[in-house]
Design a protein around this ligand. Structure first.
Ligand code: GMT
Length: 376
C-alpha cells in the first residue's frame, strides 16, 4: 500500500508512534510518505520505501497566525496526486484530522477518493481537543474520518465522554520494536559514567510539560534517596525544566540529579536504569513507561488514564494516586532495597512489555487500512 503519514515530527509520543509505525510498515514493503513540517526526529532509517515531504508555511505580514492547516492540506493533495498515495493516516487530531478532511474533499472534486485514518493520542482529546476553542472542529473531523483509533481503553472512554462521537473507535495500543532493545544486551552498559557502583539509577523521560508533574518526580527522588543511594537522570526538555533544576538545588540533591536534555539514545539510557518514574497528571497510554519496561525497567507511576493498562500493580511496578509522592517513594524504596526483588520486577516488566511488540500491533493497523480501502 502507499500510505501518507501525518504527525508532529517532535520528541512527543504521538510523533514517535507515527514514525516507528512508518518505519515498520516500510520494512514490510509498504511505501510510506511522511508529510509534516520537519523530518521526524526518530526517522533515522531512510530507505527506498520511506519518503519525507516537508510542509512549508510562508511568513506573510498580514497573517497574525500562519495557516499551517491550509499548507498541510494543499501539500496532502499534491502528494496524493504525485505519488498515487492510497490512504492517509493522521496522528493527533489537531489540526491533522481537519487538514486530512479538507484534502479528501479537494481530491474528491478531482474524482480521487482517498480515505483517512485518525489516531487519537491523548492530549488532543483530554487537554486541547475538548477545549471550547477547538471542540467543534475536532468532533467534526473525528466523525468524518474513515476510521478512528485510540491508544488505550482509557482514551476511548475519555473520547466518548468528551465528544459526541458517531464512529466506531478501535483501540490499538502503543508498541515497541524489541529488536532495538534486545540488541542492547550485546553492548556494554556504561553505568559507571553516571553512577557509583553502590548507587541505583532512577530515570524520568518526558517533554517536561505541567501534565508530567515534574515537581513530583523531584519529590519522589528526594524521598527515595534518603533511604537508597541513587542518581536521578532527567531526560528531555520543556517548560518545567528550569524550576526542577532550581528545586533540586534547594533540596540539596543537585549533585544527584542530572538533566540530560533531549536524547535520541533513550534505549541506551534505559538499559542502565533501575527504576522509571512517571507520576503524570494524565497519560492516555504512557509510551515512555512501555519503553522503560522493554529495557527491563520497573515503573513507579500515577494511576491516571491508561497507565493501569501498561504498568501492572505489584508486578511491573506500582501505581499511586496523582500527587501521592509519599506512596510513590515508599514503593520505589521497596523495589530498590533488595537485589533479588529488583531483578524480579525487571523481568516482569520486560515480559509484560512483550504484549505490546510491534509484531502484534502492526497487523492491527494494516487491518484498519484494508478496511478503509475496501470501504472506499
Ligand atoms: O506525552 C506527551 O505529552 C506527548 C503526547 C503526544 O501526543 O505526543 O503523548 C501522548 O501520546 C503518546 C503516544 O500515543 C502516549 O503514549 C502518551 O501517553 C500521550 N500523552 C498523554 O496523554 C499526556
Amino acid at each position: 500500500m502507499k500510505i501518507g503519514i501525518v504527525c508532529y515530527p517532535t520528541y512527543g509520543g504521538s510523533g514517535v508512534v507515527a514514525t516507528e509505525l512508518g518505519i515498520a510498515l516500510a520494512k514490510k514493503g509498504h511505501e510510506v510518505h511522511f508529510i509534516t513540517y520537519n523530518q521526524p526526529v526518530r526517522l533515522n532509517a531512510l530507505s527506498n520505501n520511506i519518503h519525507f515531504h516537508e510542509v512549508f508555511v510562508e511568513e506573510y505580514p498580514l497573517f497574525h497566525y500562519q495557516p499551517y492547516e491550509l499548507a498541510l492540506s494543499s501539500k496532502l493533495v499534491a502528494m496524493v496526486k504525485l505519488h498515487d498515495i492510497e490512504l492517509l493516516h493522521v496522528h493527533y487530531a489537531i489540526p491533522h484530522a481537519y487538514a486530512a478532511y479538507m484534502a479528501k474533499q479537494m481530491l474528491k472534486a478531482d474524482g480521487i477518493h482517498i480515505p483517512f485514518v485518525t489516531t487519537l493520542h491523548g492530549t488532543d482529546i483530554t487537554l486541547v481537543g475538548s477545549h471550547p476553542n477547538y471542540k467543534n472542529a475536532v468532533e467534526f473531523s473525528i466523525n468524518n474520518s474513515d476510521a478512528v483509533t485510540v491508544v488505550s481503553e482509557s482514551l476511548k472512554k475519555d473520547t466518548l465522554r468528551l465528544f459526541n462521537i458517531k464512529k466506531d473507535i478501535k483501540v490499538i495500543y502503543n508498541f515497541i520494536d524489541f529488536e532495538k532493545y534486545d540488541s542492547l544486551d550485546k553492548e556494554p552498559c556504561l553505568r559507571g559514567n553516571l553512577a557509583n557502583e553502590d548507587e541505583r539509577i532512577i530515570t524520568h523521560i518526558s517533554n517536561f510539560r505541567p501534565v508530567k508533574r515534574i515537581p513530583d518526580v523531584i519529590d519522589v527522588f528526594y524521598k527515595t534517596q534518603q533511604k537508597i543511594k541513587a542518581q536521578l537522570l532527567m531526560v528531555g526538555d520543556g517548560p518545567e525544566r528550569d524550576a526542577a533544576e532550581k528545586k533540586s538545588m534547594e533540596l540539596g540533591i543537585a549533585d544527584h540529579v542530572k538533566f540530560l536534555g533531549n536524547s535520541v539514545e533513550l534505549a541506551k539510557i534505559l538499559c542502565l536504569t533501575d527504576l522509571f518514574l512517571l507520576p503524570s497528571q494524565t497519560e492516555s497510554f504512557g509510551l515512555a513507561a512501555l519503553e522503560a519496561m522493554a529495557a527491563k525497567t520497573p515503573v513507579i507511576s500515577s494511576n491516571s488514564g491508561g497507565l493501569p493498562e501498561v504498568n501492572i500493580e505489584g508486578k511491573t511496578g506500582f501505581l499511586s494516586d496523582v500527587g501521592d509522592t509519599d506512596a510513590m517513594a515508599k514503593n520505589a524504596i521497596y523495589i530498590l532495597s533488595d537485589d533479588e526483588r529488583l531483578e524480579t520486577f525487571k523481568n516482569n516488566a520486560y515480559q509484560f512489555a512483550k504484549r505490546f511488540t510491534i509484531d502484534k500491533i502492526l497487523p492491527e493497523y494494516e487491518e484498519v487500512y484494508r478496511m478503509v480501502k475496501e470501504g472506499c
